[in-house]
Design a protein around this ligand. Structure first.
Ligand SMILES: C[S@@+](CC[C@H](N)C(=O)[O-])C[C@H]1O[C@@H](n2cnc3c(N)ncnc32)[C@H](O)[C@@H]1O
Length: 242
């Protein structure tokens, strides 16, 4: 089984910006999502973006005046984030997001884990541990935001084949294979080369998280939780520490 880090390194990171529709479209979507969240952030507030990728949320947050710590296991995506964040207060950290406490030097006002990143964690226990750690680090009024795909109800038959993106020279299709607690995501990439089409397949495991379970866990850790519709059909939970 390919690990998440290997899957990104070998398969997804080199095409991630393309998959997200290009820099301009992705940053526009990230900006719209940050604006919709309307986080109560003062100038210079510290925000952690866990699994930040190339920064589609980190960059809009920094443009709004936050000081962002962007943590990710993909060196390539963090390199891209550094390149495009030119001069903005975004510090990139190559580490496991579960170790985010190592990188806190000031109390954060918000912690974000967006874009289906939380489903990449190895187990439900790890997800619960992340929620507990976030509740420990956030002050009263601090916000923890997670957005993720609800894989709890399995797609069946042809629905399991999902066209992610395509153009004249590249086609990315995902195939979902359900297991009791996780889903194997097979990313099938066709790329046109001078000598014809080449196919690359890689898969990794994502958790089938139930939004209801996460809401209960967040509430038990002292958060008031709002459930919203996130980007691209994702569930977004906005949890405020009381
Ligand atoms: C689906 S992408 C989402 C990226 C970004 N948050 C967004 O909304 O565009 C998931 C990201 O999480 C990172 N990631 C996955 N597991 C991680 C972990 N345990 N620690 C840190 N980063 C992780 C991947 O490298 C990838 O950049």
């Amino acid at each position: 089984m390919t690990t998440v880090t290997e899957h990104y390194e070998k398969h997804l990171a080199p095409i991630y910006v393309w998959m997200a529709g290009g820099f301009a479209a992705a940053l526009e979507a990230g900006t719209a999502e940050i604006e919709a969240l309307n986080l109560p952030l003062h100038q210079g507030a510290v925000v952690l973006d866990l699994g930040a990728g190339f920064g589609m949320h980190s960059i809009p947050l920094a443009r709004r005046g936050a000081r962002v710590t962007a943590i990710d296991t993909s060196i390539e995506l963090l390199r891209t984030l550094t390149e495009i964040s030119g001069g903005l207060p975004v510090q990139t950290v190559n580490d496991d997001l579960l170790a985010f406490q190592r990188h806190i030097s000031e109390t954060p006002s918000a912690i974000l884990c967006m874009g289906d990143t939380i489903t990449h964690l190895p187990s439900l226990k790890a997800v619960e541990s992340l929620i507990e750690l976030a509740s420990t680090e956030l002050p009263p009024g601090g916000t923890f935001v997670v957005s993720f795909r609800d894989y709890s109800v399995p797609l069946v038959g042809d629905q399991r084949f999902i066209p992610a993106r395509s153009d004249d020279s590249r086609i990315l299709t995902c195939f979902l294979q359900y297991e009791p607690e996780s889903v194997l995501v097979h990313d099938i990439l066709h790329q046109r080369q001078p000598d014809g089409w080449h196919t690359q397949v890689s898969h990794y495991r994502k958790l089938r998280l139930s939004p209801g379970h996460l809401i209960t866990k967040l509430q038990s850790c002292g958060f008031n939780v709002r459930r919203e519709a996130g980007m691209l059909g994702m569930v977004r939970l906005v949890a405020q520490s009381v």
